[in-house]
Write a protein that binds this ligand. Structure first.
Ligand SMILES: *Cc1c(COP(=O)(O)O)cnc(C)c1O
Length: 396
């Protein structure tokens, strides 16, 4: 156990939670324990080989994943945490453990693609789980979608890729009035900007691949919530589905997360500056970022994410498909790649024929860019965008 307590600040806990002295060597950091198996007790026949969170076999539990779980439970303000191999492993692990045939799920119309695939296609078709896709920024629409068999509401805020903002507290109150569980994907905000469990969500789910690791070199996912549920998720989804995180990745994410508060502060400031720059240009058709005063989510975002709105936004350009490809190819520093929350700025052009386009606002229908603003200085990011917009002829 580490020497932190919940009275200490977020930044202090980001440094110390889950860390401790290595008692074998005196090293001031926990080592990477690259071992598949842990020594058995005197009478091994007393063990249940499927026990979760016991260091028997690394799929059941391991040293490095345990340290990271302790840190993330602390940072998200939850009772317990399970870390898994990826954000999608966390999402599928949560759905798999909680839902059974005949249950109904409501989920946000704007979510990470895997949520749509898992719930609306796989769970719906294979396991007879009913699904309703709702614009969860509209509380009345969520209320109207509730059925007697609704088991779970899953929201994502800010949503990928439209950056819409759902009122976590309002949905949590509504869900609990009807005995429904609420899970919230917190990947875009990170616990520095927003802590869904503290706002009433039963589960915070997130990709550690993004901001929490922050360096674009490891994948992981986490579910934070009450121990009574997380024990079920561990037993069913970790031990039996086997989406265990590797000790190496857990260690990398642990190291990356130390600087989360410093990085998020810079991501927030940079995204605000770059979004304002793009909004000021005549060649942009829209910029979707809840930190902009023009956003209809501005007031709610300020309340729900008091430190800032994160480093991702989407924008459109008044240019045709080929000209946009030319613009992307002219970028010198900003890299055309998926993922987000890395140290470097990343851009991805999402075309006109996404099958979920109909769920997005009108301005997204002609293709748009999702931009993950990195930790470079904002002036350099703006300079790169500016020269590429000019070279491609979009900005005169
Ligand atoms: C990337 C992402 C995920 C999936 O995480 P992986 O680590 O890539 O599996 C889930 N939700 C959101 C909002 C994401 O951006």
């Amino acid at each position: 156990m580490s020497n932190t307590n919940e009275k200490q600040s977020f930044a202090t806990r980001a440094v110390h939670a889950g860390n401790g002295i290595d008692t074998n060597t005196g090293a001031i950091k926990h080592a990477i324990t690259m071992a598949n198996s842990y020594v058995l007790p005197y009478d091994a026949t007393t063990l249940n080989w499927s026990d979760a969170d016991v260091n028997i076999y690394t799929r059941n539990g391991g040293a490095n994943q345990g340290y990271l779980q302790e840190k993330l439970a602390s940072l998200e303000g939850g009772e317990d945490c399970v870390v898994l191999a990826s954000g999608v492993a966390a999402l599928s692990g949560l759905f798999f453990a909680l839902l059974k045939s005949g249950d109904h799920v409501i989920f946000s119309s704007v979510t990470y693609i895997a949520v749509y695939r898992l719930l609306n296609e796989l769970f719906n078709n294979k396991f007879n789980i009913e699904t309703t896709i709702v614009d969860t920024t509209d509380i009345d629409a969520v209320k109207a979608a509730i059925r007697p068999n609704t088991k779970l509401i899953h929201i994502e805020t800010p949503g990928n890729p439209t950056l819409n903002v759902t009122d976590i507290k309002a949905i949590a109150d509504l869900a609990h009035e009807h005995n429904i569980l609420l899970s919230c994907d917190n990947t875009f905000a990170s616990p520095y900007n927003q802590r869904p469990c503290e706002l009433g969500a039963d589960f915070t789910v997130e990709s550690l691949t993004k901001y929490i690791n922050g360096h674009g070199d490891a994948m992981g996912g986490a579910i934070i919530g009450k121990k009574e549920y997380l024990d079920i998720i561990r037993a069913q989804s970790q031990v039996n589905l086997g989406a265990t995180i590797s000790p190496m990745n857990a260690w990398l994410i642990m190291r990356g997360s130390v600087t989360l508060p410093l990085r998020m502060k810079k991501h927030n400031e940079n995204a605000q500056a770059v979004a304002e720059y793009l909004e000021s240009l005549p060649c942009t058709s829209f910029v979707a970022y809840p930190g902009l005063k023009s956003s209809k989510y501005y007031e709610l975002a300020k309340e729900q994410m008091p430190n800032g709105c994160g480093g991702v936004f989407s924008f459109g350009l008044k240019a045709d498909h080929d000209t946009i490809n030319k613009f992307i190819s002219e970028l010198k520093m900003i890299v055309s790649a998926v993922s987000l929350g890395h140290e470097g700025s990343l851009i991805v052009f999402l075309g006109e024929d996404d099958e979920r386009q109909y769920l997005y606002p009108e301005e997204f229908h002609n293709g748009f860019m999702r931009f993950s603003v990195g930790l470079e200085d904002a002036e350099d990011i703006i300079a790169d965008l500016d020269q590429a917009l000019r070279k491609s002829g979009i900005l005169k």
